[in-house]
Design a protein around this ligand. Structure first.
Ligand code: FES
Ligand code: FES
Length: 164
């Protein structure tokens, strides 16, 4: 028997989205398949890697650990919502400038975890940066350039400071 669907409504990257989903659909599946935003990645099935990280109601969340219905009524930010008409987000610019990525698979999740950090701490120290991305695994970079990129983005996002 086909599973009954549940109506949900949420804001995704500033746009109102309505959908009917199976109650067991994961949020990451909803993001990638139902609303066609493939920038949120799936890197494991153990909630370890952080490639699926998004911001839900302003807090970072591993979208493979939530059902889509749990986002009903919420505000979701995915990597596709970071850039604006003015160009790439400072975090995206800093990751590019400081080689904070190689294959890029971890990058969407890294960016969203970093954004949450910078929204809480405008001038994070290295320990705060390490803690913020502790749930995000990168198999390429060795992390040093990611730390540099996040610190550089913090400077860029401070008023009157724009150095990359
Ligand atoms: S896909 Fe690895 S933590 Fe979600
Ligand atoms: S850049 Fe390849 S996994 Fe991080």
């Amino acid at each position: 028997m086909p599973e009954a669907k549940v109506a949900i409504e949420l804001t995704v990257n500033g746009r109102r989205v309505r959908a009917e989903v199976e109650a067991r659909m994961l949020l990451v599946e909803f993001i990638r398949e139902a609303i066609d935003l493939p920038g949120t990645h799936i890197g494991c099935d153990t909630s370890f890697c952080g490639a699926c990280t998004v911001l839900l109601n302003g807090r970072s969340a591993k979208s493979c650990t939530l059902f889509a219905v749990q986002a009903d009524g919420g505000e979701l930010l995915t990597v596709e919502g970071l850039a604006s008409e003015g160009g790439l987000h400072p975090l995206q610019q800093a990751f590019a400038a400081h080689h904070g990525l190689q294959c890029g698979f971890c990058t969407p999740g890294m960016l969203l975890s970093s954004l949450q950090l910078l929204q809480k701490h405008s001038d994070p120290d290295e320990q705060q940066i390490r803690k913020a991305i502790a749930g995000n695994c990168c198999r390429c970079t060795g992390y040093q350039n990611i730390f540099r990129a996040i610190a550089a983005a913090a400077k860029m996002m401070k008023p009157n400071e724009s150095e990359v």
